[in-house]
Structures are given as structure tokens and as C-alpha cells.
Write a protein that binds this ligand. Structure first.
Ligand code: BES
Ligand code: ZN
Length: 637
């Protein structure tokens, strides 16, 4: 390995690699690979040299082949040549078939550009940098390409795997999977606007996280989109399916397959009100519409904050609006994250921590303090447990993940510790002061990507300086850079949960019978707290008694059902295990599947069974769920 790689932090990066090229386009204008300096920008998870050349606008023209599971067509990138002498454009790709690279010229001609696709061997699955020679003055580059049928950032479902009986496809680009379906500068540090045209079979509809989503199918099978607000690549989102739309308010609605649409519209009927609350708290909603797209149950997450069109799992459709914190969360990202973005994944807390704080403020405004307190306690308990096993570099707000898969940034730490950091600031300076500060912060950095340091300086100058009697930068830095929770963190409390604790205690000691438990009056969150607190305290008889009194195996609330299934695994409670099998065969949401497989793998009876269930479930799982399940079951490698 002889390349010059200044400051590249990925130790495992034998990107040097560049010598070994997978494929090459015409022309010979590229320098010898060994002499390239790899980019040393703020984001170690992208090969793009975005300080030199920056994508400003992108035009996509794609065909979705629902049988072959391929997106193909071209992308045209409009570039800003920050350093006009910089001789190349480096894009992120992973598993893409690059067919042609050209520079559009006047008269409809295309000038071929010299390019090569390098092969990277790194631990973070960063893919293959596409290196394109940029002649002087060239500011537009067109890449003709196709995605691979097993593109990590896309899930393709055939008709027999969906509730409509029609095929479905959706993307999940965060954190670094946009590069598996578009060659681009795949880093949150770069924002661009875009246009897109997507062709699909006539009986299906395409939607994107963009403006221009149709309210009904057209018979041309062609859909066009326009995104006037600049967004980072991880927010690129597309879905194709048998979709219907139901309006909720003047700027909100929901898309879903026909079977879900009615229940979804009902479940999410507070959406418009939520947007109003967000606006009241932190200022103007700058994205035009806000719609939701209900995905098939294989969606690996609860929700994804794709701009203007959050993607959500159908497992939050509980029939009673009890799981809408997730919608509040994705909506909150319209400010924290989509408007002000972490420039690299180590600063994820700027996205997720702020969002959880904001989510809880929305929940409080909608449902009151009692519910918000319960949610806070659940989060606090999870965080405490997680911090016990997290290594130091993963227990501070700024994460030590530069040398790892950015996926690993998504632990409870940036989410919950970030939120409790903001709770602590609120506790010290008061609500009015933090709200004024946050509103100004979102204005100041709107449509920018920032680092923790930028935030830190802004906080110092605009909040700490004014409230130096209430908080100090030493304390702030402890939150940002030290592991664990500072002893002055403010633990949330919930009276309702304390009462549940007392009932649980008395039930376990036999003081009260199962029938005497006031479970019929409990909210979903009280039930969750009750069940979580029963970890490792149950046996089959007690499970059966609870089940008989409260029909937990038949619960239609997926959060409750999940906790119940965890208890069922611990106790090997047969009716629960039966339900677990259909659950695993239908649901691919990682928050549920990963711990379930992992708990099964830890038993002396369940691992083989779990592997057998997994093999049957696998064809319906998203690549991310497959990966996580295989890790949980010890199957990988
Ligand atoms: N941005 C995340 C989704 C995500 C998580 C993408 C991990 C890539 C990797 C989204 O905003 C989110 O946090 N969703 C949570 C729900 C939320 C209420 C905590 C989820 O999906 O569970
Ligand atoms: Zn989030």
C-alpha cells in the first residue's frame, strides 16, 4: 500500500485500495490511483471531497422494475466547483452498476468522462468510491446506473408479501444507504435540492420525500417530484406501491395500502394539531406539506423522518392513538435534524437528542404532563440500563464511531442522554429561556449541517453567557464529552408509575390477586411499566393468570405485546411462544425482532427454533432486519 492518505481515521481502511479498480470508463485522464489523497473532511463515512466540489442540485430519472427489483436510469448532478482546479469528483456508491458517465453539452450531446469505480475494503461497509475526472469548467455530470436487487437501502416486496397483493418497494437511506440506490455525496454535511421523475407499473404509485406527491394514481405510471429545500442524502426517500391517500388536515394526510388507509387516517387524526404545536414551540414549518406513509410491517424502524413524508411502521396503529409519540418524534425532526443537521454521525445527538426532547414537548402539549412524565421515566430507565454496558466512547453525547459502521451510532445514548441534557438545561434556565434559545437556534442554523462544536459555541454565547449563575460550560462539557450521566442530571418522576410499582410489588408477594389489579384502568404506558418491571420475576402460572385476566397474548398493541412476548420467552409460556412465531413471521421492526431473537438465542431451548423461524421469515425481512437478526442469533460470518 503506497497511497498518501492524510488524516484518514479509519484504521481498517485499506482504501488504499484505490489501486484495485472494479471497473473503468473510457478515457485515460485519471491519475494513477496510488497517488490520490483520500478526502479528509469532517465526515469519515463518505469518500466525497465535498470541500472541493459540492453537489448543489440533483435530477433523478428512474424506472422501477418491480419484478427484477431494480431501479435504473440516470442522475444528473449540478456541481459547485469550490476549488475550480480540483480535477475530479468522488461520489459514494455501494453495489451500483455504473453504466455511463458523461457531461451534458449544448445541442443535446454528451461528452464522455473518464471514471473508475474503486474497491474499498473497510469495516464500515462504505462501498466503492466512484472517481470521475472533471475537466476544467465542467459543472454538470450525468451518471447512468442501476441499483442491485439486493441494494441495502431498498426493500422490494412481491405481491404475496403485502396486504394489497401488489408489489411494494421502499427506501431507507439513513445513515449511509442512499449510496446503494443513487451515486451521490452520501454525507449529512452536504445539502442539495432535487427533482425526480419515476416510472412505475400503471397499477402502482410512486411517492418521495419531496414536493409533488400525487393524491391519486395516474394511468401513465409516471410521477414527478421537486424538492426546493436543500436536504442531505440520508433524507432521500422513495416508495412504490398500491397506495391510497387520505386527507387529515389542510397540509397533512396519510398514504397507505388500501387495507390500512381507513385505520391509519383515524389513528393519525391529530396530525394537523401536532404540526400547529410544533410551530408554536419552535417556529415556522418550512417544508410545505407533512404527510405520513404507512409501510408494510417489514419496515425495520418505527419511523423515518423523510422530509414532507415520514415513513412509519403499521405497528403503531393501535386503534386508540396510544403510540403517537412516534409520530410526534418524526414530525419534530422537521426542525431538529431535517432543518439543522448533524454534519457527521458522531454528532447524531444533535438530531436525535433534540428530537426526543421536542417530541416530549409535543406529547405534553397534546396529552398533558402525566403522559409525558411516564414516557420520560420509561426512557430514563432504558438509558440507565444501556449506560451500564456502553463503553466510554459510546456513553458521551459525542460518539466515538468514526472508525465504525455509522449504524452503530443509533443507540439510546444520543437519543435519551441528548434529551435529558436538554431537560437539564430547561431545569436550570427555565422553559421560557430554553424555548427562546431553541427557536433562535433553529433559525440561525436552518438548512445547515453543523458539528457539536458549532452548537457548543452557540450555546455558550447565547445561553450560558446570559445565565452563568444557572449553568456552566464545565457542566455542559461533561454532558458532551464524558461518559455516563452527570450526578446533577434531573431524573424524571411519575406518580402513576409509582402506583403501578406498588401494585406490582403487592401482586408478586401475593398480597393482591390478579383479579384485584386495576389493569383495566391502566394506560398503555402503565401497562408497559408494569410488564417491564416483571422481567425475570414470573413463572408460567403467573403468566397464565395475567393472560386470563387481561388477554395479553391477544393484545393489539404492539408495544405491550412485545413486552409480553419477552416475558413469554423468559418463562417459556406456550401460548406466548405460539403468538411469537406469527409475530416474527410478520413484523420486521428491529426494535422488536432483535431483542426477541436475542432472548431466544440465550435460552437453552429456543435458539434452534428461532433459527428455523428466522429462515422462514427471512424472505420478508428488510436487509437491515436480516443483518440484525443474524447477529442476534449468532449466525453471521
Ligand atoms: N431517524 C430515526 C430512524 C433511524 C434509526 C434510521 C436508526 C436509521 C437508523 C427515527 O427518527 C427514529 O428515531 N425512529 C425511532 C422512533 C422514535 C420514537 C425513537 C424508531 O424507529 O424506533
Ligand atoms: Zn429520530
Amino acid at each position: 500500500m503506497t497511497g498518501k492518505f492524510y488524516g484518514w481515521p479509519l484504521a481498517a481502511l485499506s482504501i488504499l485500495l484505490l489501486a484495485a479498480c472494479q471497473s473503468e470508463g473510457p478515457g485515460a485522464a485519471l491519475e494513477p490511483a496510488e497517488e490520490w489523497e483520500v478526502h479528509t473532511g469532517t465526515d469519515p463515512h463518505s469518500f466525497a471531497e465535498y470541500e472541493k466540489v459540492r453537489v448543489e442540485h440533483l435530477r433523478l430519472d428512474l424506472d422501477a422494475d418491480m419484478d427484477a427489483h431494480v431501479l435504473s436510469g440516470h442522475v444528473t448532478l449540478e456541481l459547485e466547483r469550490l476549488d475550480p482546479d480540483h480535477p475530479r469528483l468522488v461520489l459514494d456508491t455501494r453495489n451500483l452498476e455504473i453504466r455511463d458517465v458523461t457531461a451534458p453539452e449544448s445541442g443535446g450531446n454528451f461528452r464522455p468522462l473518464s471514471w473508475r469505480l474503486a474497491e474499498a475494503h473497510d469495516d464500515a461497509d462504505l462501498g466503492s468510491p466512484l472517481i470521475i475526472a472533471l475537466p476544467e469548467g465542467v459543472e454538470t455530470v450525468r451518471i447512468d446506473y442501476a441499483s442491485s436487487p439486493d441494494a441495502f437501502g431498498l426493500q422490494w416486496l412481491d405481491g404475496e408479501q403485502t396486504s394489497s397483493g401488489e408489489p411494494f418497494m421502499f427506501s431507507q437511506s439513513q445513515p449511509h444507504y442512499a449510496r446503494t440506490w443513487v451515486p451521490l455525496q452520501d454525507t449529512p454535511a452536504v445539502r442539495y435540492t432535487f427533482d425526480a421523475t419515476v416510472r412505475v407499473p400503471e397499477n402502482l404509485m410512486a411517492v418521495m420525500g419531496a414536493g409533488g406527491n400525487a393524491f391519486e394514481r395516474n394511468d401513465r405510471g409516471e410521477y414527478s417530484f421537486h424538492m426546493p429545500q436543500p436536504v442531505p442524502s440520508y433524507l432521500m426517500a422513495i416508495a412504490v406501491g398500491d397506495l391510497e391517500f387520505a386527507e387529515i388536515g389542510p397540509r397533512s394526510g396519510v398514504y397507505a395500502e388500501p387495507q390500512w388507509i381507513e385505520a391509519a387516517a383515524e389513528e393519525f387524526d391529530v396530525l394537523e394539531e401536532m404540526i400547529d404545536i410544533g410551530v408554536d414551540l419552535y417556529g415556522e414549518y418550512r417544508w410545505g406539506r407533512y404527510d405520513l406513509l404507512v409501510l408494510p410491517p417489514s419496515f425495520p424502524f418505527g419511523g423515518m423522518e423523510n422530509p414532507r413524508l415520514s415513513f412509519v411502521t403499521p405497528t403503531i396503529i393501535a386503534g386508540d392513538g396510544s403510540l403517537l409519540a412516534l409520530v410526534a418524534h418524526e414530525l419534530a425532526h422537521s426542525w431538529s435534524g431535517n432543518l439543522v443537521t448533524n454534519a457527521a454521525w458522531r454528532d447524531l445527538w444533535l438530531n436525535e437528542g433534540f428530537t426526543v426532547y421536542f417530541e416530549s414537548r409535543i406529547m405534553e402539549a397534546l396529552y398533558g404532563e402525566r403522559i409525558a412524565d411516564m414516557l420520560a421515566v420509561l426512557e430514563w430507565q432504558d438509558l440507565k440500563a444501556e449506560l451500564e454496558t456502553a463503553r466510554d466512547g459510546m456513553a458521551s453525547l459525542v460518539l466515538d464511531i468514526d472508525e465504525q459502521d455509522p449504524e452503530k451510532a443509533f443507540t439510546g445514548v444520543p437519543y435519551a442522554k441528548g434529551r435529558f441534557f436538554l431537560d437539564w438545561i430547561e431545569h436550570r434556565v427555565g422553559r421560557e429561556a430554553i424555548d427562546t434559545f431553541l427557536r433562535a437556534y433553529f433559525d440561525e442554523f436552518a438548512f445547515e449541517s453543523i458539528t457539536t462544536n458549532t452548537f457548543r459555541e452557540y450555546l455558550r454565547d447565547n445561553l450560558v453567557a446570559k445565565h452563568s449563575e444557572a449553568l456552566s460550560m464545565e457542566e455542559v462539557d461533561q454532558w458532551l464529552y464524558q461518559p455516563g450521566l452527570p450526578e446533577y442530571a434531573v431524573a424524571p418522576e411519575s406518580d402513576a408509575f409509582e402506583r403501578v410499582d406498588a401494585w406490582r410489588e403487592r401482586w408478586l408477594t401475593g398480597d393482591v390477586s390478579t383479579e384485584e389489579l386495576p389493569g383495566g384502568e391502566w394506560s398503555v404506558h402503565e401497562w408497559l411499566h408494569f410488564l417491564i418491571g416483571l422481567e425475570d420475576s414470573l413463572d408460567v402460572e403467573r403468566m397464565a393468570a395475567l393472560d386470563e385476566a387481561f388477554e395479553l397474548t391477544g393484545s393489539g398493541n404492539y408495544e405491550i405485546l412485545f413486552q409480553w412476548l419477552m416475558r413469554s420467552i423468559e418463562t417459556r409460556y406456550e401460548p406466548g411462544i405460539e403468538r411469537l412465531e406469527t409475530f416474527l413471521l410478520n413484523v420486521g421492526r428491529n426494535k422488536f425482532t432483535r431483542p426477541l431473537y436475542s432472548a431466544l438465542a440465550d435460552t437453552d431451548w429456543g435458539r434452534e427454533w428461532a433459527i428455523e423461524v428466522y429462515e422462514r421469515a427471512k424472505p420478508g425481512y428488510h436487509p437491515l432486519t436480516r443483518q440484525a437478526s443474524e447477529r442476534a442469533l449468532g449466525l453471521e460470518g
